[in-house]
Write a protein that binds this ligand. Structure first.
Ligand code: THU
Length: 165
């Protein structure tokens, strides 16, 4: 019996704490915007369906219009079919018409600093110039660390490669 009741329950049946810790300004992002990203990612994390790993993740992507799109990880009994919170958030950005990711906030459980997996780094790469996308790691205690996508995915392959034949 590896399923925890808490992880299997839908959001409405969980005890939610909706207050976010204070967030700092980061690069071009104001403290208020970082706070909004953090709140959105932590709220999304409450929707996480992670009965297998029990590793709940929430993400929030800021698009070129200043809109925030959130997602959680969604696992599957066929393990490789699960998907990450960042991918889910990107899907929401695309469906809302966004085409450029300016920043992505990723929230895990702590205490270790969460970073987007390799597959998600590449998916984010599709919708950002690597030097221009800010990746921010946080947990329920607040923002922990930040990088550019270039730092996390150097010498990357992107859409431009297919245009320069
Ligand atoms: N996961 C994410 O959603 N984002 C990350 O950045 C790291 C990992 C998920 C995938 C899986 O559901 C769980 O966390 C454990 O790997």
């Amino acid at each position: 019996d590896t399923l925890s009741l808490h992880d299997a329950l839908p959001i409405c049946e969980r005890t939610l704490s909706m207050s976010s810790p204070m967030a700092p300004a980061i690069g071009p992002l104001s403290a208020e915007l970082v706070q909004q990203l953090l709140s959105a990612a932590l709220a999304a994390r409450q929707h996480s369906y992670a009965p297998y790993s029990k590793y709940l993740v929430g993400a929030a992507v800021l698009d070129e219009l200043g809109r925030i799109h959130a997602g959680c990880n969604i696992e599957n009994a066929a393990y490789p079919q699960g998907w990450c919170a960042e991918t889910n958030a990107l899907g929401h950005m695309i469906m809302a018409g966004g085409r450029v990711a300016r920043a992505v906030m990723v929230t895990g459980p702590g205490p270790d600093i969460i970073t987007p997996c390799g597959g998600c780094r590449q998916k984010l790469r599709e919708f950002a110039k690597p030097q221009e996308l800010l990746v921010i790691a946080a947990d329920p205690g607040g923002v922990r660390q930040h990088w550019s996508l270039e730092q996390l995915l150097p010498a990357s392959f992107g859409p431009e490669h297919l245009k320069n034949l």
